[in-house]
Ligand binder design. Structure first.
Ligand code: B12
Length: 471
């Protein structure tokens, strides 16, 4: 069978060459995970529209499309195009799971929830001529998933081809997060087996790894085993964690020993009222600055994530948040405008209050205001969000934040990261799009890691990912 797997980009149809660099960071692991269930005889093609033009002139038998809220219209357009050509079309992913009815009109089969159990079932049904229109995930278990088909990923098109996910979901239940809507009705946090995760890491070339898990430190026993197993693998990595897990026990020390050099932390808001409004209980009463000191003492850089637009936010929230982030020497920040995703408790509450402005899904990209605000006007929120980015990444604030560190090494690393990355994004963008960067990778990797890897050489050369998280 000729199978085509597509990750459509956001609907703004800019050519991949001009798309902001953050879209060239990570390859589509979800589709590569599903591809592992296809048979060796199948001819599989994986196309990611964030980094390459989609060839629509081909004649695949089966088309598998991953649908997010922001690429839904593009996904439906591609689905209609291929169905008109007689291909069998499958739609799945976050947006299909929250609005299956909408997707049904554009697909032969839709998939609700994680795909590890339902996709292989579908393939068997398709081969025996009894494929169903709707498949709903039942089993929440990635204990025995086959190695993902990284051979289908065009590594040279990505800045961080060494991204990896070893768990699904998160143990917490924040109202605005996609998680509870996607992992509805059943276990919403589960992990791989430690040995399988270590084997996946071992298959990755180079030194740097980028964990995309929602909460890498969320499962104490799994994380302890993972970090124990990674000791001696001479890897450096980034991952995400809650403040709660950073302050609890010695897991963060173990992560540092295993190679954690940067962490994505969901601070979200400095307001107690907002934490209660968004049911972010795991942050309530936690000493944010104690967690920051602990991370910096371990030499771990911080990418702080913040949400603007919760009801307790007033016009000064932007300046106050940026000032706090600079004063605490956060290396990078990811700001979001609160976005009520369909299927979430936040969406339900806002809909009940008549606060949803429209359902133009491609504008639900966390950079635009799509609901009636309370403490701020929509314009103040949008302008404040843009201003926060400009201010946090101003040279004066990058310098102030860098010199907030105790050790010179950290000052230099902070300045190199925040200055070198954000301020020169167009350069990195040009480099990655002209493959120039890949030629520089071995040199950059040895400079940035300062340590020449001594153990087993790996196929496919290096994989640089010292760059901060997507924003
Ligand atoms: C890496 C990443 C990106 C990368 C690459 C995307 C990719 N798919 O790999 C890039 C940089 C392109 C990206 C962009 C954006 N992202 Co992003 N991203 C992620 C991240 C961190 C990891 C994705 C991943 O690898 N997951 C792990 C794999 C194994 O799971 P999966 O991809 O979901 O696939 C599984 C299932 O969904 C399902 N499945 C998926 N598709 C299909 C299809 C079929 C047929 C079937 C059967 C099953 C199936 O089966 C797969 C295996 O279980 C997620 C966080 C997360 N937890 O998902 C955010 C996340 C998906 N991103 C998000 C957002 C908001 C964005 C942007 C809008 C940001 C912006 N403003 O630009 C854009 C939108 C891009 C677009 N095209 O619309 C939100 C989405 C929220 C929502 N409700 O839609 C998330 C959830 C972050 C968050 N916590 O809020 N992102």
């Amino acid at each position: 069978m000729h199978i085509k797997m597509i990750l459509p980009a956001l609907t703004e149809a800019r050519s991949p060459f001009w798309r902001p660099i953050k879209y060239s960071l990570f390859p589509p692991l979800g589709l590569a995970t599903l591809a592992a269930y296809c048979s060796p005889e199948d001819r599989i093609e994986l196309q990611d529209e964030h980094v390459e033009e989609i060839n629509r002139e081909d004649e695949p038998d089966l088309v598998v499309i991953q649908v997010y809220i922001t690429n839904a219209y593009r996904a439906y357009d591609l689905a209609d195009h291929y169905r008109a050509k007689g291909a069998y079309v499958c739609l799945g992913g976050l947006h299909v799971s929250s609005l299956p009815g909408e997707a049904m009109a554009h697909a032969d089969s839709i998939f609700i929830g994680p795909g590890e159990d339902i996709f292989p079932l579908f393939l068997k049904d398709l081969r025996t001529g009894c494929a169903k229109q709707v498949y709903r995930n039942v089993e929440r278990n990635i204990g025995a998933i086959p190695p993902i088909r990284r051979d289908l990923i065009k590594r040279q098109l990505y800045l961080v081809p060494n991204s990896i996910v070893v768990s699904r979901g998160c143990p917490h239940h924040c109202d605005f997060c996609y998680k509870d809507a996607f992992y509805e009705g059943g276990n919403s946090f589960y992990t791989q087996r430690v040995d399988a995760a270590l084997a996946e890491i071992d298959r990755l070339p180079g030194r740097h790894l980028y964990f995309l898990d929602d909460h890498l430190l969320g499962h104490q026993r799994f994380a302890t085993g993972l970090f124990e197993g990674m000791k001696g693998m001479n890897r450096v990595f980034q991952g995400a964690s809650t403040i709660d897990a950073i302050l609890r026990g010695d897991l963060i020390e173990r992560a540092a020993e295993a190679g954690m050099r940067s962490v994505f932390v969901g601070f979200e808001t400095l307001s107690h009222g907002n934490l209660i409004q968004s049911n972010k209980r795991q942050n309530i009463g936690k000493d944010y600055e104690q967690a920051i000191r602990r991370l910096h003492d371990l030499g771990i850089m911080i990418n702080g994530s913040f949400v603007f637009g919760l009801d307790d936010d007033g016009p000064d929230v932007f300046e106050r948040t940026v000032e706090w982030a600079v004063k605490n020497s956060l290396t990078t920040c990811t700001f979001h405008i609160l976005t009520p995703y369909p299927g979430t408790r936040l969406y339900r509450d806002m809909e009940a209050q008549g606060r949803i402005l429209h359902r133009q899904w491609d504008r639900y990209d966390t950079r635009q205001v799509v609901y009636k605000t309370v403490g701020l006007s929509e314009e103040q929120l949008k302008k404040g969000y843009d201003r926060a980015y400009r201010s946090f990444y101003s040279w004066s604030n990058i310098l102030r934040a860098s010199f907030g560190h105790d050790q010179v090494k950290q000052v230099i690393k902070h300045f190199a990261y925040a200055g070198g990355w954000k301020k020169f994004e167009p350069l990195w963008n040009f480099m990655i799009k002209t493959q120039g960067l890949n030629k520089m990778l071995p040199l950059l990797e040895s400079i940035l890691s300062g340590v020449k890897r001594t153990d087993r050489p790996r196929p496919g050369g290096t994989s640089l990912s010292p760059f901060p998280a997507i924003a």
